[in-house]
Design a protein around this ligand. Structure first.
Ligand code: KIV
Length: 278
């Protein structure tokens, strides 16, 4: 099944028309091809791969080379899906030149459709310059996992009038800097609604309540694959981990009993086996 791939102008049109859309992650060819077969419009190759694929406890250790290694097969697996490449920690904060250099490398080496980076008003001057030189940028505010240590862990953000005001200001600053959409992570639903109503570009919410323009969930979380922890905002739409463990146990049992493989799973051509003697 093929679908029409979303374009950057579509983001603003969808917002104007009040059309909702959905966004998930993928980090390899097979998962990307499964998402491509679904109706989900966008794939993020997120630096969350540090946790889901590499077993780190945060996203901080992920490198540009890790990201490029994972984005390439996703682009090959999902030709009909808009693909976002995530800029890892340390690849864009140093200077505008560093951000442009690494974002260009990501776009050129992987052929993804845009890059995403974390940070609010503080990143606006860098983003303005990136957009001016032709780099499509998606913003990310609220809980920014690369700063989780400074934020005191993976916690809900914007829970006081002051911090809520800061997130609203961050959204405005990013919109003015030229991002075409903003990920808003882990904030009270009422703030998700206020941010969504405060800008003309789509707000892509993950744990930001029902009133955002687009919902995001990490594939490994919502398919019930990642077993280390489950944030409150994650609904599991499938239970792949349980299904896989059950399947593996069945395989183990049939291997031990000899039930597997039957002739159906064997090459049954008759071959005269020569006697090679001793
Ligand atoms: O890396 C990631 O998967 C993300 C999502 C949490 C939006 O940035």
């Amino acid at each position: 099944m093929s679908k029409r791939k979303m374009t950057i102008p579509d983001f603003r049109t969808y917002k104007q028309e009040g059309k909702k859309f959905a966004f998930t992650t993928a980090y390899d060819y097979t998962m990307a091809s499964i998402v491509n077969d679904s109706d989900v419009e966008i794939i993020l190759v997120g630096d969350s791969l540090g946790m889901t694929m590499l077993g780190y406890s945060t996203t901080v250790g992920v490198t540009m080379d890790d990201m490029i290694h994972h984005i390439k097969p996703v682009v090959r697996g999902a030709p009909d899906t808009f693909i976002v490449g995530d800029m890892p920690f340390g690849s864009y904060q140093e200077s505008t030149e560093q951000a442009i250099h690494n974002a260009s490398r990501m776009l050129m080496e992987t052929n993804c459709d845009c890059i995403k980076l974390e940070g609010g008003a503080v990143m606006a001057p860098t983003i303005r310059r990136m957009v001016d030189v032709g780099i499509p940028v998606m913003g990310h505010i609220g809980l920014t996992p690369q700063s989780a240590i400074s934020l005191g862990g993976f916690r809900v953000q914007g829970g006081t009038p002051e911090t809520a005001a800061k997130i609203l200001q961050d959204a405005k600053a990013l919109e003015q800097a030229g991002v075409f959409s903003i990920v808003l992570e882990c904030v009270p639903a009422v703030l998700g609604k206020a941010v969504t109503e405060s800008v003309q570009i789509p707000i892509l919410g993950i744990g930001a309540g029902p009133d955002v323009d687009c919902q995001i969930l990490i594939l490994h979380d919502m398919m019930g694959m990642y077993g280390d922890f489950k944030p409150k905002f994650v609904k599991q739409f499938a239970h792949i981990r349980e299904d896989m463990v059950a399947g593996l146990n069945e395989f183990h049992k049939e291997t031990l009993s000899g039930e597997f493989p039957t002739p159906e799973y064997s090459y049954n051509k008759k071959v005269e086996i020569p006697d090679l003697g001793d």
